[in-house]
Design a protein around this ligand. Structure first.
Ligand code: NAI
Length: 297
């Protein structure tokens, strides 16, 4: 625990053990926390377990941890289908599907389960943390914690404070994330948070530049790679993210923030409608022979 922290988070609950939840559970367990992972069904629990075993197995293979450490880590994680098992949790991180209704129903249910002093967090990437928090009787104890994928590897975590988040809750979560070896940053409750607000404004601008025939796709990408040192150009990156996903993210940000930077470039919608989704469909701004071979046609 760092000097500024006022409380310890001994037991951490994670709801939803998909791509993000399993990774988040691993991060906490690696740092010595007891983790209770909640899923919807036995089959989903089994998928979560396999996810955890696969991820820790890879870390052992890459010599990031020993087999003994991996076994200890997995031993700290209890998996269950009963949300009531979160009664003793100091912190609960919700990482279920990106649905406002599902998330609100979980925060509502947590009212009757967790202790009054527990901190509740949502890993939502685009929904309003404020709206999720008000489903609970203690919205002041709710924050967003936006981990990046894969959570065990990516160091950035955006903490989202709402207008009613209590200052000590924010400070405690910040301090906890530092203890986990993460780089937390704090921002207000607006879709996109810091990183995606800036990144998607830039990506959208690149699409508009291409759409206006100002420059070729190769030259737009080359300018950012060789001029700015980015590992990928914006159009190649959009193909990797998936044009449908990128469109949804931009559309959500635009509807919430009304910032023209995020008004999806018209061609993006046209590509999505035509089924050109990027790498996953074989064609987006570029054409791909196989999912992992960028062959420009
Ligand atoms: P996912 O679809 O891989 O996993 C969601 C899991 O939640 C599934 O295993 C599902 O069985 C479980 N679930 C659904 N309803 C539940 C309930 N009522 N109780 C318990 N478990 C339940 O989704 P993913 O990608 O892990 O995303 C989860 C959250 O994290 C979403 O809010 C998403 O926006 C956010 N996020 C996703 C990122 C990504 O790159 N995939 C990055 C950062 C945030």
């Amino acid at each position: 625990m760092t000097d500024t922290a006022t409380r310890e988070f001994t037991t951490v609950g994670v709801i939803g053990l998909g791509t993000m939840g399993a990774g988040i559970a691993e991060v906490f367990a690696r740092n010595g926390h007891a983790v209770i992972g909640v899923e919807v069904s036995d089959a989903a629990v089994q998928r979560g377990r396999e996810h955890l075993e696969h991820s820790t197995g890879r870390a052992v293979k890459r010599e990031k941890m020993t087999q003994e450490q991996a076994d200890e880590l997995l031993g700290r994680i209890t998996l269950t289908t009963a949300m009531e098992d979160l009664a003793d949790a100091d912190l609960v991180v919700e990482a279920v599907v990106e649905s406002l209704e599902v998330k609100k129903s979980i925060f509502r249910r947590l009212d009757d389960i967790v202790r009054p002093d527990a901190v509740l967090a949502t890993n939502t990437s685009s929904l309003s943390v404020t709206e999720i928090s008000t489903a609970n009787a203690r919205p002041g104890r709710v924050v967003g914690v936006h981990f990046f994928n894969p959570a065990p590897v990516q160091n950035l975590v955006e903490i989202i404070r709402t207008v009613v988040t209590e200052p000590d809750v924010l400070a405690d979560v910040q301090s906890l994330l530092v203890d986990l070896g993460k780089n937390p940053v704090v921002c207000g409750d607006k879709a996109g948070f810091i990183a995606n607000t800036l990144l998607f404004g830039y990506l959208n601008h690149a699409v508009a530049m291409y759409e206006g025939k100002y420059a070729s796709r190769e030259d737009i990408d080359a300018a950012m790679r060789f001029g700015c040192g980015y590992p990928m150009g914006p159009l190649a990156l959009l193909d990797l993210i998936g044009l449908d996903t990128a469109y949804e993210i931009l559309d959500t940000m635009y509807k919430q923030g009304r910032d023209r930077l995020h008004a999806p470039a018209p061609i993006l919608k046209q590509y999505v409608t035509a089924g050109l989704l990027g790498r996953k469909s074989g064609r987006g701004f570029y054409t791909y022979e196989a999912p992992d071979s960028p062959v420009v046609v």
